[in-house]
Ligand binder design. Structure first.
Ligand SMILES: Nc1ncnc2c1ncn2[C@@H]1O[C@H](COP(=O)(O)OP(=O)(O)OP(=O)(O)O)[C@@H](O)[C@H]1O
Ligand SMILES: [Mg+2]
Length: 400
């Protein structure tokens, strides 16, 4: 897929590493003395520069000699100093010597520039092949999402029909059934429900990832959203006899976002909390008002999250191997959906463990702007003392 680089990675690394040290510099300089670049007047600007630099030296040497001999400047006197001290011929050659020395320095620089150009070429080729590979991956990802969405859609319709007929048969509307048959039908119905739930989650996640989900933004009371989620989870709370505790700032707490999607976030987080918390214990939500927003913490009294959980938690279909072996149900999509929804609310979710044990998930919701349309819903009355202990202050030791 990716085109090979014209340079081996060892060469690229060697070029990228600057050659340092006095010895290296001397070696490079000496080898440049033999390079044609050193004497190429057109390419190497250092040569005339060196020549001009060396030019004053013969004048100095003759001038000093004239000063020392007390003679005044004149061509005859100058010619005399050359006769007396043939060493002045050596100084006459100095501009050429300087031109060669500067030329060699320029050649080293030219050499380095060539290396840098080669390196840049190699990097550009790599970059091009990487962006091509990236585009191919994006195409593949789009194809995968489309495939998943199509298959999910095609599977949903027959499953809904199976579910409907199963219900009709078990209700005896298509003839008498024996208790054994009804028991078997209940198993079928449960599994069909599970599959429909999976397909709906897959469809929703696909829609969100493809930006096809509409988010209806308004100002809503986050306490009401939490309570709506708790209400929809009443059967699970009751089944495991788990208490729900709502703590933090007394409401209403107006935040900005899609209220129904936020209910979904709380349902997904709280259903996990219930799933992992042993019966008779508590799970809860802490809502703390702060400048321009509300900090949300969903906590539980379960076993908490391992290092591995923390690394993969929000990936699609990821479940800790413990959970898979225990077969606690679910498909590992709940937290991926939570993350997507919160990202669309410009919020990030952080998972961690509480000091007293158990997991906690934290995120922040923005306060609503003054002119945002307000969604004023009555809080559900059904959250009774057993399922939800609604308190005005934060429970001890459960702060984020
Ligand atoms: N509160 C928690 N305590 C301990 N582990 C958790 C908790 N929440 C999530 N996890 C771990 O993260 C995994 C992924 O959670 P996620 O909600 O995405 O999937 P799921 O609950 O297994 O299935 P789904 O939500 O699709 O029904 C879980 O399977 C579990 O291993
Ligand atoms: Mg879940």
């Amino acid at each position: 897929m990716a085109a090979p680089s014209p340079l081996s990675s060892a060469t690229v690394q060697a070029l990228a590493r600057p050659a340092t040290g006095r010895r290296v510099a001397v070696r490079e300089f000496l080898s440049a003395l033999g390079s044609p670049d050193t004497y190429n007047l057109r390419r190497n600007v250092y040569i005339p520069f060196g020549f001009l630099f060396g030019l004053p030296i013969p004048f100095f040497s003759v001038g000093i000699d004239l000063l020392a001999s007390g003679r005044t400047f004149g061509w005859i006197a100058v010619a005399g100093t050359f006769e007396r001290h043939p060493i002045h011929w050596f100084f006459v050659l100095h501009p050429l010597l300087f031109a060669v020395v500067f030329g060699a320095m320029g050649a080293v620089r030219l050499q380095k520039n060539k290396q840098i150009d080669r390196l840049i070429d190699a990097l550009e080729t790599k970059l091009r092949s990487l962006s091509e590979a990236n585009a191919q991956l994006k195409d593949l990802d789009r194809m995968r999402s489309d495939f998943l969405a199509n298959v999910s859609h095609e599977l949903r319709t027959p499953l809904v029909s199976i579910s409907g007929y199963t219900e009709m048969i078990s209700q005896g509307r298509l003839g008498e059934t024996t208790p054994d048959q009804r028991e078997a039908l209940a198993v079928v119905a449960r599994n069909v429900e599970r599959l429909i739930h999976l397909i709906e989650e897959l469809l929703e996640l696909g829609r969100m990832e493809a930006n096809r989900t509409q988010f209806i933004q308004s100002s809503f009371d986050v306490i009401e959203a939490v309570q709506a989620a708790v209400e929809s989870l009443q059967p699970q709370f009751r089944e495991k006899e788990i208490r729900f505790e709502l703590g933090g700032t007394a409401g209403p707490l107006w935040v900005f976002g899609d209220r129904d999607k936020m209910v979904r976030v709380f349902v997904n987080l709280l259903s996990n909390a219930i799933k992992f918390t042993p019966g008779g214990h508590a799970v809860g939500v802490l809502l703390q008002r702060e400048a321009q927003g509300v900090n949300v913490t969903v906590w539980d009294e379960g076993p908490g999250l391992s290092e591995n959980d923390l690394r993969h938690l929000f990936e699609r279909f990821w479940q800790s191997s413990d959970l898979k072996s225990r077969g606690t149900g679910g498909f590992g999509l709940g937290l991926a959906i939570v993350r997507e929804i919160l990202e669309r609310h410009n919020s990030r979710i952080y998972a961690g463990n509480r000091e007293s044990g158990g997991a906690q998930f934290r995120f922040r919701l923005e306060s609503a702007p003054d002119d945002a349309p307000r969604l004023d819903r009555p809080r559900p009355a059904g959250i009774d003392g057993r399922a939800a202990a609604v308190s005005g202050k934060a429970p001890e030791g459960r702060r984020a």
